[in-house]
Write a protein of this length. Sequence first.
Length: 348
Amino acid sequence: MRVLHVAECFAAGVRTAMLEYIASTPMVEHIVVAADRGEPMPESCDGYRVIAMADGHLARIRQVRELCQALHPTLIHAHSSFAGVYARIGCGDVPVVYTPHCFGFERGDLSIAARRVLWMVERSLARRTAVIAACSRREAHLAQRIGASSICIPNVGRFGEGISHDVIEESRNGVSEVAFMGRITPQKDPGFALEAVRRITSLGDGRVRFEWIGDGTAADRARLEDAGVRVTGWLPAQEVAAELSKCAVYVHTAAWEGFPMAVLEASQLGLPIVARAIPALDGMPEEFLGDDPETVAAIAVQTISAPHTPGACATRWDEALSGNTRDNQRDALLTAYSQATGRATQEG
């Protein structure tokens, strides 16, 4: 089986999720056509090869069509909204598996009118989609609402075997470090994070440090740094793990998501997690979710300060994420791919 992955947003969580899909299915030949979004490209290309994506929307649709003619992929796996458009228009008779990694009409930074347009676009393109490979129960539910066949593909983190919470405790040297992570964009809502920082600082005993693992524009970075949040910039996976492992709690503040890779990675490292309550986190531990910065901050401070809460919190998240395994991901992906090619054969 040869899979052509199309990714306009080959960055941050989408890239991590894609590379884990590839790692989970070594029996498949993977070819990635991707755009450089100004972030470091993967350190290696083990198990796949990369083709640079053309510039411009029409050129990218044309490129997908030409690659299908030249490479004869078994199917296309499109990742995120723009790539979903390119793939489903340019695919010809090649079946398309589509992972939105959060549908565009879920974006809270767009007007209601724009979101309605995106809804109509997705509904229209559902007819050209063999399977939506949803990364969460929320995404699978939305796929059904737009009339598409769907299967849930659990995301998995990139850190494999984690370290124990005892090691994390010892590494803090008496100072509680609170981590945020991701690309500094409206989706990750740095404003929500900054308000949580202010609340945690006011509620804590002063022995708290904050860091944002990731990067963004100079202005967004300065906004965090001016509030006392250290911004690490983009780091290799090993250094991300090292930074997270020093922290007392990981706080996830995104306003919308497909399913957050950062939460999975924090859980793999045994970290307690406190998160903003968003639909993508349906089924996660409710006692560690908050609707607003005040609630998130209060839960974070309680998690840090109570003697047994950090371990209990980490355990609850580990239990909630117990289905996000490599084996489950591989089986679900192969089922989606088989379903897509089977459907294409039947329609043909």
